[in-house]
Design a protein around this ligand. Structure first.
Ligand SMILES: *Cc1c(COP(=O)(O)O)cnc(C)c1O
Ligand code: SF4
Length: 359
């Protein structure tokens, strides 16, 4: 057995020491006693997990601050709105040919080798499945997924998602990526992770060296607020950004990042860390998350205000998934509309339109 002692910079230690009960959380953050019963129910629906590292950020945050809203359970989670469902993006059902694999788009597929995460986000779109009983896939799930990938020669890209694939031990993760690399028609690998936000110490030198040999491999991080992009995170992520391309997905969250100043700072800070903002997701209609969803108009107006004030490469696509698994829908306003043989075009920050076309 390895011993992980009380080493703060060890990701196993961070994972093992994470707060998982309301009692621990209430003590750490001085939560008011009256509300705790509701919070216990909330975490029976979607677990609680906060690493000591992220907890230290929460301690600097206001009681209703943005980072706390992302991970501290709320009694509002017990209220379900009529539009909310357990599979808001259609991951299950007809696009799931074998367990742990979603094949919606012909050339790229998702696999979830684990449903465990480095921390549990209260707004999680997969909250009905994530962090539940059988976290890691079985040997037969793995075999079935690899057989499916081998048989489907149209597949060009495999995306590891979850849960969080970086919850797998190095040996298991690297063996899986190597097995995927052996399939000749798979050209690109991708790994989606929120681990760096909750447990940046996971990005060890050893991991970086192993991942670097598996390229082309795109890493897609998940940060929602500039306060998550700490100097500690930067020191762990920079060496990774030197060897692999990094993209980021954010979720637009009510009272957390749904204002121009926060998004601007988030995207500039991602740029400094050499991470390209890829998607800004409108939150999915997952059970008990109404209090964290802004309306679409808010999101579209924010995107419009940011366009042209930010470098183009720091502007993510604002997208929505709808039930049934139709795939992502871009949500920006339309700035070009067909008119006769030409186009009526409008700059996002102007009301003046012009007709564009060859004469
Ligand atoms: C989001 C998603 C992908 C990846 O989409 P990209 O636009 O390539 O990032 C792939 N499969 C499914 C089922 C998805 O929901
Ligand atoms: S890291 Fe992703 S899958 Fe895990 S709880 Fe957060 S949103 Fe859900």
């Amino acid at each position: 057995m390895e011993s992980f002692s009380d080493n703060y910079n060890n990701w196993h230690w961070q994972n093992a020491q994470a707060v998982t009960t309301i009692r621990q959380l209430a003590e750490a953050l001085n939560l008011p006693e009256n509300d705790l019963a509701g919070l216990n129910t909330a975490i029976s629906l979607h677990p609680l997990k906060i690493t000591p590292y992220y907890l230290s950020l929460l301690k600097q945050d206001k009681p209703d601050g943005p980072l706390r809203k992302m991970v501290v359970p709320s009694a509002s989670e017990l209220t379900t709105s009529p539009e909310e469902i357990s599979d808001p993006i259609g991951d299950y059902g007809k696009y799931r040919p074998v367990p742990r694999l979603t094949h919606r788009h012909p050339e790229r597929i998702l696999i979830s080798p684990t449903m465990a995460c480095a921390g549990y986000c209260r707004y999680c779109f997969r909250r009905a499945r994530v962090g539940k009983n059988s976290l890691t896939w079985s040997a037969s799930n793995r075999r079935e997924a690899l057989n499916y990938l081998t048989a489907h020669v149209e597949i060009k890209e495999v995306i590891l998602t979850g849960g969080d694939p970086l919850m797998l031990p190095d040996a298991e993760l690297i063996a899986l990526l190597q097995d995927l690399r052996q399939i000749p028609h798979i050209r690109i690998l991708r790994l989606h992770t929120r681990m760096p936000a909750y447990n940046p110490f996971r990005i060890t030198e050893t991991l970086i060296q192993s991942l670097a040999e598996l390229n082309p491999l795109w890493i897609v991080t998940h940060f929602n607020h500039p306060a998550e992009l700490t100097p500690t995170l930067e020191s762990y992520l920079k060496p990774l950004s030197r060897v692999l391309p990094l993209l980021n997905q954010s979720v637009l969250l009510r009272g957390i990042n749904d204002n121009v100043a926060t998004l601007r700072e988030l995207f500039w800070r991602l740029g400094e860390l050499e991470i390209k903002p890829y998607y800004l997701h409108h939150p999915d209609q997952a059970l008990g998350t109404r209090h964290l969803r802004p309306d679409l108009k808010t999101g579209r107006d924010l995107w419009k205000k940011l366009w042209g004030t930010m470098p183009g490469y720091l502007m993510p696509q604002y997208v929505l998934d709808i039930p049934g698994g139709h795939g992502k829908i871009p949500l920006n306003y339309q700035y070009a509309a067909e008119e006769k043989e030409k186009f009526r075009v409008t700059h996002p920050q102007s009301t003046k339109t012009s007709l564009y076309g060859e004469t």
